[in-house]
Write a protein that binds this ligand. Sequence first.
Ligand SMILES: NC(=O)c1ccc[n+]([C@@H]2O[C@H](COP(=O)([O-])OP(=O)(O)OC[C@H]3O[C@@H](n4cnc5c(N)ncnc54)[C@H](O)[C@@H]3O)[C@@H](O)[C@H]2O)c1
Length: 265
Amino acid sequence: MSNQLKGKNIIITGAGSATGIGAGLAFGLAERGANIAICDVNEEGARKVAADISEKLGVETIAIKVDVTQRAEMQEMVKSTVSAFGQLDVMINNAGIIEHSAFLELTELSWQKLMNVNAMGTMIGIQEAAKQMITQGRGGKIINMSSIASRQSFPAFAHYCASKWAVAALSQAAARQFAEHKINVNCMGPGIVKTAMLDGLDREFLSKGLTKELGDAIHDLSAGIPLGRYSLPSDLVGTAAFLASPDSDYMTGQNILCDGGMVML
Ligand SMILES: NC(=O)c1ccc[n+]([C@@H]2O[C@H](COP(=O)([O-])OP(=O)(O)OC[C@H]3O[C@@H](n4cnc5c(N)ncnc54)[C@H](O)[C@@H]3O)[C@@H](O)[C@H]2O)c1
């Protein structure tokens, strides 16, 4: 395993779910030498992931409870990370939620819930990381978790898609805003990843009578992926490591899909 991120200090939000993308990235980036702040609204989950990584890899991790929709908690998260590691080099705004809803049944409440966490949480994360990186004066990398849903929209997930298009839009605006500070802002967009989020959707489809058996939704959503399978969080580590490393110094405002070829534009 390369040491390409040795000494880099990275915050990952939404990293407290053991099978999630955030935890998978935390493992993979720690293997490449980074120190990771595992941040999540689920404090116990964050502690477990952090302890597991430290034990298996012998690297420095910290666990921080944070709700990404709460400005003061996000400020505290950055402060605690800097006081533990010395500075912040990379911010990964990964926390997110999803819900299925037929288009005509979509409510204001569902819209606000998803937009708050996925879009506003990313906005706050970008702002608080950028402020810290500007103060440090050494540039930095901000990586936002988009989705195939940031390029194509699906009627049963209109609010989720809108929130992920918002993530892509915020990333472009921030990329232009912070370029003079050598802060790169990019997105990475997974397709179908086997995590608790996807398992939750599988149960939701079954309970609404949209599928017959557990596993059907994952099977149906994965059908036709050109690379022949759904992905695991480990499939996404290479892209995150690239965006976190100096190899991507001349890239900003981009939205890289890592989706097995589901969306080609
Ligand atoms: N799983 C997929 O197929 C898929 C595909 C494309 C994009 N994504 C995106 O990847 C990201 C991670 O998804 P995942 O599949 O690992 O989901 P997950 O549900 O497995 O993990 C998400 C984590 O975010 C945390 N979280 C939720 N709300 C939060 C909040 N307000 N503040 C802080 N933490 C919060 C949860 O506690 C959980 O630990 C999300 O942004 C999601 O939209 C997932």
